[in-house]
Write a new protein. Structure first.
Length: 207
């Protein structure tokens, strides 16, 4: 379950962190303006790392997929993938990373794909009560609950291949559509639909 502190203030905002980072990404083509279109979360079994993927819409109606992880301390060896830090009035300082470089994101994605899982349920804490939020981007893996899931504890490489980012994480290779709709090779899939659009999109693949 993903818990969102609705009353919390975050400085800088996610958009303020992500936008300048996007300007330097070759697959984002120097975009300088974006707005949040949708997103989905995964759970960290240890409850320590926030795992969220945000889909941003550009002025040209291109959808860009950016997984983020939020940590209470720096991730060793991932300095080049750090977007920056934010101050959260409930959780304190958070180190924000491109999720593709974070083994917690990789493990969550692999598990979801192979077991046919879905996004985490998101609830808001508001005035001391928990309120369930509807999914803005429901996702599902192509596998089955009885599948064997390899252990993922590290990310060895993150490489951009045009509009796709290729992640080598232990025994698996993940391909993430940075530009939503980009063709993806690979076997098992994570698919989803955005808001009211019934089009099923392949968001990531796994080999």
């Amino acid at each position: 379950m993903g818990l969102v502190h609705a009353a919390a203030d975050i400085v800088p905002t996610k958009k303020q962190l992500v936008r300048p980072w996007l300007e330097s990404r070759p697959w984002a083509a120097g975009v300088t303006k974006v707005k949040v279109e949708a997103g989905y979360r995964f759970d960290d079994p240890a409850g320590e790392v926030g795992v969220e993927t945000i889909v941003w819409r550009t002025p040209d109606d291109v959808l860009l997929q950016v997984p983020l992880t939020y940590r209470g301390a720096p991730l060793p060896g991932a300095e080049e993938h750090l977007l920056g830090t934010m101050e959260h009035t409930v959780l304190g300082r958070r180190w924000v990373y491109d999720g593709c470089a974070d083994p917690v994101w990789a493990a969550a994605l692999v598990g979801t794909i192979l077991t046919g899982g879905t996004q985490a349920q998101v609830v808001f804490e508001r005035d001391g009560a928990l309120v369930e939020a509807p999914a803005r981007l429901p996702v599902r893996g192509s596998g089955s609950p009885d599948a064997t899931v390899p252990q993922v504890t590290s990310v060895e490489s993150v490489t951009d291949d045009g509009p796709v980012t290729v992640v080598t994480a232990g025994p698996v290779t993940i391909r993430l559509a940075r530009v939503v709709g980009a063709p993806l090779s690979g076997g098992a899939t994570l698919t989803g639909t955005i808001l009211e659009d019934p089009t099923v999109l392949t968001l990531a693949t796994l080999t």
